[in-house]
Design a protein around this ligand. Structure first.
Ligand SMILES: Nc1ncnc2c1ncn2[C@@H]1O[C@H](COP(=O)(O)OP(=O)(O)OP(=O)(O)O)[C@@H](O)[C@H]1O
Length: 254
């Protein structure tokens, strides 16, 4: 089954002097249910714009996006908001957590908005806290926990409504390599246990090597793609080779 389908998606912005700036140039992408896909690309290549169009934060100027067989453009604002809350889990680079709430309260927010019964909330929160290994800090304030724990809390919030698709913008961007490994292992675990699809934008080849497939976005176009066929280390080597071939000095561009 197809989780996400993007067909011929174009996005333009008007520059200050009235010229048309083309950001996304006819993107096509299919992501299968349960697939983990990383999108890499140089700064300014359109990665965040691409994610925002999928999540409904932004609209495309041309083309269509289908999530779980639903055509986004056919929904009105209220339907889009409801759909996003129920079917999508979003993880942002800066976490977007509410500092006045505890770890558990932050995780529960989407369920509270959905007015789910208290018992169901409790059961689901405990399950997620355990999977992410943050049950011991459930009552702590966001201001008292580490960057890695904040990221796990943000992932927990993205997972609480059992979304079919998780969209993550640089989910390991603020983390050191130990925490990056941990976060990617949580995504793998969630993917295995619940069959959750993951679409992740990243600059980090190591994080991308945990996915099944990596696509490369450059100047608003998908220019290369690498499928994982063997072990993670092997995939990391082939991704590094792809990026070097496509962009020269990897550290400068990606
Ligand atoms: N609201 C906007 N108005 C005008 N131009 C925009 C707007 N949003 C994004 N852009 C331009 O679109 C291009 C792509 O931006 P985007 O943020 O999608 O890139 P990115 O690949 O995510 O970059 P980074 O890796 O640095 O986050 C950039 O040139 C940016 O300046």
């Amino acid at each position: 089954m197809i989780s996400l389908e993007m067909r011929d998606v174009w996005k333009y912005y008007q520059t200050r002097n009235g010229q048309k700036n083309t950001i996304l140039k006819g993107l096509n992408l299919q992501v299968k249910q349960g697939e983990m896909v990383a999108v890499m690309g140089p700064s300014g290549s359109g990665k965040t714009t691409f994610l925002n169009i999928i999540s409904g934060v932004d609209c495309s100027d041309q083309g269509s996006v289908w999530i779980d067989g639903q055509y986004l453009a056919e929904m009105n604002k209220a339907e889009t908001a409801l759909f996003r809350r129920r079917s999508l889990g979003m993880v942002f680079q800066d976490f977007n957590l509410i500092e006045s709430l505890s770890v558990k309260e932050n995780i529960l927010l989407p369920m509270i908005l959905e007015k789910k019964p208290a018992e169901e909330q409790e059961e689901q929160a405990e399950k997620i806290l355990k999977i992410l290994g943050i049950e011991d800090i459930r009552d702590q304030s966001i201001t008292e926990i580490s960057g890695g724990e904040r990221q796990r809390t943000a992932i927990g919030r993205a997972l609480i409504n059992n979304p079919a698709l998780i969209l993550a913008d640089e989910p390991t961007g603020n983390l050191d390599s130990k925490h990056t490994r941990e976060v990617m292992n949580y995504f793998l675990r969630i993917n295995r246990e619940f069959g959750t699809t993951l679409l992740m934008v990243t600059h980090d080849t190591f994080a991308a090597s945990h996915c099944h497939r990596t696509v490369l976005l450059k100047d608003g176009e998908f220019v290369a793609e690498e499928q994982r066929t063997g072990g993670r280390k092997e995939f990391l080597d082939s991704l590094t080779e792809m990026l070097t071939l496509m962009g020269g000095e990897q550290d400068d561009l990606f």
